[in-house]
Write a protein that binds this ligand. Structure first.
Ligand SMILES: Nc1ncnc2c1ncn2[C@@H]1O[C@H](COP(=O)(O)OP(=O)(O)OP(=O)(O)O)[C@@H](O)[C@H]1O
Ligand SMILES: [Mg+2]
Length: 321
């Protein structure tokens, strides 16, 4: 299993190579020729083993940059990113990243795309096939293995990318807006599937999303970022995640409202229009429990949840995995 820590991480794209501790490994084409651009500023965040964190923030605040670093594809200009206490010097076998642009190989079939990671890990043909079939079934694409990405809709391609990650037995799953191309109904189904997988498998996951409701549904903790250069503005503890009826509960809507308000504050827009409150509006009390910057963001072991314990008991002997 995996812990993930951003220890005072800053990143400047286009910083001259060799400056600071972290020359960028993948700084992007032409990055060294463009004016330096500070993407992240002193991000300090600890993610416990088995925790699910939703990362929300304005476009360009550095969310993808944070995932690239966690995947060992980009090194910070200063600070350190540690997985299980080890600084990330390159890609790690048990980390799986679903990129914003999916990264599917157009000349390979769906099956070959899904099996790619397993092949690289030298998993035998029989097991590859089984894991691929199960993953495709899990995302509603059973029987589509012989298609090519170009023959699929955008949403289906997104599900293939998800299946590829699910087929790997990863302990750290990083997802960059994995469901953004899906229609609302399918999106909720796959959110249910992601939650179910997290509860059963107990992996650590970070999901970047622009959907507040998605964050509140999937994140045991929700991290709100400031606009560029991104830093952690506020974190919200979300103990209700994974509990029965959470999506339709008063606590869910109240937390979504608080996260929305926090995002607006992070943007410097303190006046929230009354109509901008999600769902059934404000509830009394403070079931969601937000925490200010720094509080709860540092080394807190909030991994797992009560729901997981219950689900694990209920799911023993499950055929899912
Ligand atoms: N390869 C690169 N070279 C130079 N600047 C980059 C590069 N990649 C990202 N940036 C800049 O770094 C900042 C953070 O980018 P990043 O892609 O991490 O943001 P993001 O939060 O994922 O945005 P979005 O929500 O739109 O996906 C942005 O200002 C972006 O322009
Ligand atoms: Mg991004």
């Amino acid at each position: 299993m995996a812990t993930l820590r951003y220890a005072h991480v800053s990143h400047e794209y286009g910083a001259p190579a060799g400056t600071g501790r972290g020359a960028a490994r993948h700084s992007g084409e032409g990055a060294a020729r463009t004016a330096p651009s500070l993407a992240l500023s002193d991000v300090d965040l600890s993610i416990a083993d088995g925790e699910s964190v939703a990362l929300i923030g304005p476009s360009g605040c550095g969310k993808s940059t944070m995932l690239l670093m966690a995947a060992g594809l980009l090194r910070p200009t200063s600070g350190e990113v540690l997985v299980d206490g080890a600084p990330q010097a390159g890609p790690r076998r048990q980390t799986s990243l679903i990129l914003q642009n999916l990264g599917l190989l157009p000349w390979k079939t769906v099956r070959d795309n899904v099996e790619l990671g397993l092949r690289l890990r030298k998993v035998g043909a029989h097991e590859r096939r089984e894991r691929c079939d199960r993953a495709l079934e899990g995302v509603g694409l059973a029987g589509m293995g012989s298609k090519y990405p170009a023959e699929l809709s955008g949403g289906m391609r997104q599900r293939v990318a998800l299946a590829r990650s699910l087929a790997l037995d990863c302990d750290l799953l990083l997802m960059d807006e994995p469901l953004s191309a899906l229609d609302e109904l399918l999106r909720e189904q796959i959110q249910d599937m992601l939650l179910d997988l997290w509860v059963r498998r107990g992996h650590t996951q970070v999901i970047v999303t622009h959907s507040i409701e998605e964050g509140v549904f999937l994140g045991r903790r929700i991290v709100v970022m400031t606009p560029s250069p991104g830093r952690v503005f506020r974190t919200f503890d979300n103990p209700g995640v994974g509990t029965d009826g959470w999506r339709a509960s008063r606590g869910f809507f109240e937390l979504a409202r608080r996260v929305r308000e926090s995002l607006a504050q992070a943007r410097g827009e303190r006046d929230i229009p009354a109509g901008d409150v999600t769902g059934n509006g404000a509830a009394d009390g403070d079931p969601a429990g937000g925490s200010a910057v720094g509080e709860g963001a540092d080394g807190r072991a909030t991994g797992g949840c009560e729901a997981r314990g219950r689900a694990k008991e209920a799911e023993d002997g499950s055929t899912h995995r």
